[in-house]
Design a protein around this ligand. Structure first.
Ligand code: NAD
Length: 289
């Protein structure tokens, strides 16, 4: 019997690659429900899967901020069960906090935090009744340590850590595994899709010049990190596969294969001050290029 997989946020990036990989599995081990908020964006997925995948792929509308759309998507699952739920949809918000509207903050929390939680909520009763299941969530190193100019994004991703850990403790009693796939920078549409203050924006004049110059440094750092160290979605998909295929999946997977020194520092140094200094040094005292 095929494993039934439902993935959120499949119109681009990690979700798209994962859907393609699982739907194209040579042994046809998976039936994939690739969900996306806007079905108008399904062409990219269709082009990427190439050929007919009638029996392994179904594309379904689902906006993780809309409970009815989650329930409608759930009703489209003909097998009436989901073995593997992948909560992947997410958006970013970058810039000086002083410039961010309450609406834009709410939007990030709605998608990243409540979207993930209410998706899990919708599939939980069936999974519990089945007595088996695996919930995977696309996590971020921004959910493990703070990043300047990413206040609300990090808050949403930290919150996901807490939500998943809380669920994992209970769900082991139902033979349901919870796994976070912790990603560093990945080459996706994430940077295009995120809301961010641009250096040329008139709004930046409302913030003090020291903040603006640190923001400029941050953007340079971010640019070079994405250029030099970003992983491809295929690398991330491999880690998802490892987690999916494991008979006893871990709670956390690090896509780069190592726990970053900053995360290690955080665990080793509970008072937190070294970690904050190290992050600041890493981002703001990089050589000018
Ligand atoms: P992406 O922008 O290509 O993909 C995110 C997807 O989520 C998009 O397809 C978008 O349409 C979808 N989405 C947004 N709002 C939605 C909603 N309300 N309902 C349903 N879908 C919605 O970027 P990505 O990098 O593939 O992002 C996937 C996940 O990976 C996100 O949770 C992101 O936070 C996380 N992540 C990304 C990076 C990175 O550097 N790219 C790093 C760490 C974590």
């Amino acid at each position: 019997d095929k494993k039934v997989v439902l993935i959120t946020g499949c119109s681009s990036g990690i979700g798209l690659s994962l859907a393609v990989r699982l739907a194209s599995d040579p042994d046809k081990k998976f039936k994939v429900y690739a969900t996306m908020r806007n079905l108008g964006k399904k062409e990219r997925l269709l082009e990427s899967v190439k050929g007919l995948h009638k029996d392994t792929l179904d594309i379904v509308q689902m906006d993780v901020t809309d409970q009815q759309s989650i329930l409608d998507a759930r009703d489209r699952v003909v097998e009436k069960r989901v073995d593997i739920l992948v909560c992947n949809a997410g958006v970013g918000l970058m810039g000086p906090l002083e410039l961010q509207s309450l609406d834009s903050m709410r939007q990030i929390l709605e998608v990243n935090l409540l979207g993930t939680i209410q998706t899990i909520q919708a599939f939980l009763p069936e999974m519990k009744a089945q007595g088996q299941g695996h919930i995977l969530v696309t996590g971020s190193t921004g959910g493990l340590h703070g990043l300047p100019f990413n206040v609300v994004y990090c808050a949403s991703k930290f919150a996901i850590e807490g939500a998943c850990e809380s669920l994992a403790v209970l769900l082991q009693h139902f033979n349901i595994h919870v796994s976070l796939i912790e990603c560093g920078p990945v080459n996706t549409d994430f940077l295009v899709n995120l809301q961010r203050a641009e250096l040329g924006d008139a709004s930046l004049q409302q913030v003090d010049t020291h903040t603006v110059s640190l923001y400029e440094k941050y953007l340079q750092h971010c640019g070079s990190v994405f250029q030099n160290a970003a992983q491809d979605t295929e690398d991330i998909v491999k880690v998802f596969l490892e987690a999916i295929q494991s008979p006893s999946p871990a709670f956390r997977y690090f896509t780069s294969g190592v726990v970053t020194p900053l995360t290690q520092l955080k665990i080793a140094e509970p008072d937190g001050s070294q970690c904050i200094r190290a992050m600041s040094k890493l981002i703001f005292t990089a050589e000018e290029n």
